[in-house]
Design a protein around this ligand. Structure first.
Ligand SMILES: *Cc1c(COP(=O)(O)O)cnc(C)c1O
Length: 374
């Protein structure tokens, strides 16, 4: 090859490290010849989607020759009714990942900066770099803090300057599971200059119980016009494979996001499935209950081993395995259990374990006990 395409690429893309997804089950099957595999690596809902979502998908199959509704009217009106806010405040995405990218495209340029914390969700640096904007990474709380490795709002505020356009916080954060409490987040929002967009990524919001004091940021949506709250159907709603998420924001911000959105970014099956899933409160309740029981199962094992863990209000737990997490991850793979090493997040001794069914959790706990013994 005579042409060096790397040197022709956009500057941000040249240095981009692609997102590392959880290892798919099919890959482990191919590589190790294993059949009985437990995947607890991508924070998916072990119960799967609501049966109503599946029925909606089946009913929509005959319409696949048609383009989807580019404005997602039905889903937006279902969300609008559910959340009690106007449809003009909604932006639909091909997963909330898509929405995070829309935010970067609408507000960042190579002259601008984005702020997020150490150990923050990997998509924030990726969308920032892809645009060629500068990422400013705030120090997280230390390991011995009450919220170990959690986001430090004061450290994030200190990085905001005239070039800052976007600040992103996942609440709770993935992969740590840590969160900003209500008073802390409210004070942060009140301190951020009003022209700086603040994204509160609530991918795990549906799992958060009242006892954690981890706020639903929609309560501030009218008070802070620079606030964007993102949500997804990939986690508690069990629709990760269909790719659908959304943002709630001031209508003017939503208008900007919708300008850079692909015209048919959410497919027709995802649109109907998401609307049907929203309706099934019982399924969501069952999913939450299963998660609570599974979290308890895993925490009991952590106390027994004993292993340290990070506080989590999500459907996953970051466990300190006391040695390189990637080594333990590889040992678990041999035993048919896929979890997530988080060395790429600056947490080399941790493994992130998604909460599965009771049987899946038991498999994972037994395999990890076996590895830790050896
Ligand atoms: C999983 C996850 C998302 C959601 O991704 P989708 O594109 O909606 O599947 C967003 N933010 C965080 C922090 C996540 O962990």
């Amino acid at each position: 090859m005579t042409c060096d395409f790397l040197s022709c690429a956009a500057p941000g893309v040249r240095v981009l490290q692609p997102y590392q997804p959880g290892k798919p089950e099919s890959e482990l099957r191919r590589e190790y010849g294993l059949t009985d595999i437990v995947k607890l690596a991508s924070n998916e809902n072990p119960l799967g989607p609501s049966p109503r979502a599946l029925t909606a998908v089946r009913d929509a199959l005959s319409g696949l020759a048609r383009y989807p509704d580019g404005n997602g009217f039905e889903l937006k009106s279902a969300l609008s009714a559910k959340l009690g806010l106007s449809m003009a405040m909604l932006t639909l995405g091909n997963g909330s990942n898509d929405v995070l990218e829309l935010v970067a495209r609408a507000f960042l340029t190579p002259e601008h900066e984005a702020v997020f914390s150490e150990h923050a969700f990997a998509v924030y640096p990726i969308v920032t770099q892809a645009i060629g904007a500068t990422a400013r990474v705030a120090k997280a709380y230390p390991a011995d803090h009450a919220m170990p490795h959690g986001h430090d709002p004061a450290a994030m505020l200190a990085l905001i300057n005239d070039r800052t356009r976007v600040v992103s916080i996942a609440n709770p954060n993935n992969p740590t599971g840590t969160w900003l409490k209500t008073a802390e987040l409210e004070a942060f929002l009140a301190s951020v200059p009003e022209q700086v967009i603040v994204v509160i990524d609530e991918a795990y919001g549906e799992y958060v119980g009242p006892e954690a004091d981890c706020p639903n940021a929609l309560r501030w949506i009218d008070r802070f016009p620079n606030l964007i709250v993102t949500r997804t159907f990939s986690k508690a709603y069990g629709l990760a494979g269909l790719r659908v998420g959304y943002a709630v924001s001031h209508p003017q911000v939503a208008d900007l996001l919708n300008r850079v959105r692909q015209p048919f970014n959410v497919n027709s099956l995802a649109l109907v499935a998401a609307a049907a899933a929203l309706d099934d409160v019982d399924h969501l309740e069952r999913s939450r209950a299963l998660n609570q029981a599974g979290m308890k199962q895993l925490l009991d094992a952590c106390r027994q081993w004993p292993l340290r863990w990070l506080p989590s209000v999500g459907n996953f737990l970051c466990v300190d395995v006391g040695r390189p997490g990637r080594e333990v991850f590889l040992e678990l793979l041999k035993r048919g259990v896929i979890v997530r090493p988080v060395d790429n997040y600056g947490l080399p001794h941790y493994l992130r374990i998604s909460i599965g069914t009771a049987a899946e959790n038991a498999r994972c706990i037994a395999a990890l006990s076996d590895v830790l013994k050896g």
